[in-house]
Design a protein around this ligand. Structure first.
Ligand code: ABN
Length: 173
């Protein structure tokens, strides 16, 4: 009789949705999520630098126009020392960003670690010379103070990014 078939069908559906099988299906989804989460794409490029085999040359303390100059360990931008300024001063016609990101760099000359503030210089179009992207200990935007891949001219009157300076804030004793 159709009424019997109808109720049987409804009962089976209810059992499928609320029974052991549906609980197992939910558990299965949870397990897949737990396995998939750790392989989501986090930016780990900064850690890959030393993973190419062999020993990296390490930072140098002589040439301020080269990316491997020790104070540029967490830089992302054009070096102001190649753009009419210096490693610590903005070129004429630009001004330092009011906010900045920081890095900790090792000075091979005295063997000490220094906290370095990276201030973008703002007010002119991009310099385009000596682009460096060293990123040591740099972190994605959820830790903004140590994130460099953002225009730090964002709070200046002119938000045009020109180049980046590297200013020592302190030394680790
Ligand atoms: N902090 C340097 C920078 C400026 C603009 C865009 C990306 C990175």
């Amino acid at each position: 009789m159709w009424l019997d078939r109808f109720f049987e069908h409804q009962t089976r559906r209810a059992a499928q949705r609320t029974g052991r099988r549906s609980m197992l299906a939910t558990l299965g989804k949870l397990m897949v999520g737990t396995v998939a989460l750790p392989v989501l794409p986090f930016d780990r490029s900064a850690h890959a630098a030393g993973a190419h085999g062999g020993k990296a040359a390490g930072p140098q303390a002589k040439d301020e126009t080269a990316c491997d100059y020790w104070r540029y360990c967490a830089v992302d931008g054009f070096l102001c020392s190649c753009c009419g300024g210096s490693s610590t001063t903005c070129p004429p016609g630009t001004e330092p960003s009011r906010v900045s990101w920081v890095g900790t760099c090792h000075n091979p000359a005295d063997g000490k670690d220094y906290m370095v503030s990276y201030n973008d210089c703002c007010g002119k179009t991009t310099c385009g010379r000596c682009e460096c992207n060293t990123n040591e200990r740099e972190r994605p935007g959820y830790r903004l103070g140590v994130h460099n891949d953002v225009n730090w001219c964002m709070s200046n009157d002119s938000t045009m990014f020109h180049c980046t300076t590297s200013i020592i804030l302190g030394v680790q004793e």
